[in-house]
Design a protein around this ligand. Structure first.
Ligand code: NAD
Length: 352
């Protein structure tokens, strides 16, 4: 483990098994110097334990960088449950996960991620207080919403996408801007509605085509096949499914000028950031643009979630952070992801 390519000095990696409920999970705590490690719990039928380890380590490190770039007093961590979220979930399994989280004494705070939801966090909360994303709070557009942070994640991607379009295309509005969204789950759906409201033309793809089609019908958008989403003649590609979608094959196929989406670990390898830059495609670093959900749950935990205006202002800050990265990347001729990593490491060190 210590020599694993993605280990990156993790403080703690915990392998959890509970034979009674069939739980197999990994909790990775990357860095708690700025505060407890807050990060979602992903449930996914990983083909091997090695793939789960790689995923949780990369996601966990990303949370450290995400928190520091979002100006939050939090560390970075993440957990994964190896299993199919549609068939493998049970109360016993989630409660066993809650007991493992609890055993870490607040060093790790769990929240929703792909494959888990608010109802799951409520079950986990029966075993531990170290859980976020469970309380009702004010909606950004008024009214009340559940603890699900994905509307805030989508709002952050929306303001970040606008900043990227402004920088790369010199456009101050999204009227007629064509956006292909890969993944119309929690975040992708909210993002699509925000973009539609701003006048963007949408193309939607999801592994479950009925989801993309239903949303396309609602918004007057076009549903496209999962494999065809990379080849579309669009201005923006918005990856909102899973990671590693920007790889040797897809970077060549993209026709968009901007990549701006919610998925974590979008680059299969760091070199794909350089490949995008060489092709003149502006990439909004994933952990910067998708920090809205983390800001949301951080506010929830600190008790200021009731103040919707402060939350919105904090998330609006994502646009400024991205613009700073874009300008620096242009000036230094570096990929935006490299500049974001440099800034994140600098801010972590400055703090200590
Ligand atoms: P979700 O599970 O609700 O939605 C993901 C969607 O992507 C599903 O509809 C799934 O069918 C689809 N999908 C999976 N593989 C696909 C493929 N190859 N092509 C097209 N569609 C595919 O997840 P979510 O909460 O919307 O999160 C989406 C992404 O954003 C994830 O990478 C997640 O880690 C990241 N993210 C989410 C949040 C949040 O607040 N939910 C915060 C930060 C980052």
């Amino acid at each position: 483990m210590f020599n694993h390519a993605d280990f990156d000095g993790h403080e703690r990696v915990v392998f959890c098994t509970d034979p009674d409920s069939d739980l197999k999970a990994i909790i990775a705590i990357h860095d708690t110097r700025r505060g407890p490690a807050l990060g979602g719990c992903r449930m996914w039928p990983y083909a091997s334990a090695e793939l789960a380890v790689r995923d949780v380590l990369r996601l966990s490190r990303g949370m450290t960088y995400k928190a520091v770039m979002a100006g939050l007093e939090l560390g970075g961590g993440k957990s994964v449950i190896i299993g199919d979220p549609r068939t493998g979930k049970s109360e016993a399994l989630l409660r066993a996960m809650g007991r493992f989280v609890n055993s870490l004494d607040g060093g790790y705070i769990v929240a929703e991620d792909s494959g888990t939801c608010v109802a799951d966090m409520k079950v986990i909360a029966a075993e531990t207080a170290h859980v976020a994303g469970v309380s009702d709070k004010p909606a950004l557009g008024g009214g009340t919403r559940s603890g699900d942070p994905s509307p805030s994640t989508a709002y952050g991607v929306f303001v970040g996408l606008k900043a990227a379009v402004r920088h790369r295309l010199g456009r101050y509005d999204l009227d007629g801007v064509r956006v292909a969204i890969q993944g119309t789950g929690s975040v992708g759906t909210h993002l699509a509605r925000l973009l539609h409201g701003a006048g963007a033309e949408l193309l939607l793809a999801d592994l479950r085509p009925e989801r993309a089609q239903a949303l396309a019908d609602e918004l007057g958008a076009e549903a496209v096949a999962v494999d065809a989403v990379f080849d579309q003649d669009v201005d923006v590609f918005a990856p909102c499914a899973l990671g590693a979608v920007l790889n040797d094959d897809t970077v060549k196929r993209l026709r968009a000028a901007v990549v701006a989406g919610a998925a974590n670990n979008q680059l299969d390898h760091e070199r794909h950031g350089e490949a995008l830059r060489k092709r003149g495609i502006l990439y909004a670093p994933d952990y910067v643009i998708n920090a809205g959900g983390l800001i949301d749950v951080a506010y929830e935990r600190s008790g200021i979630a009731r103040d919707g205006d402060r939350l919105r202002q904090h998330i609006d800050g994502i646009a400024g952070t991205l613009s700073e990265i874009f300008v620096q990347a242009d000036a230094e001729g570096l990929p935006t992801g490299v500049v974001a990593d440099q800034l994140a490491r600098h801010r972590l060190q400055r703090r200590h």
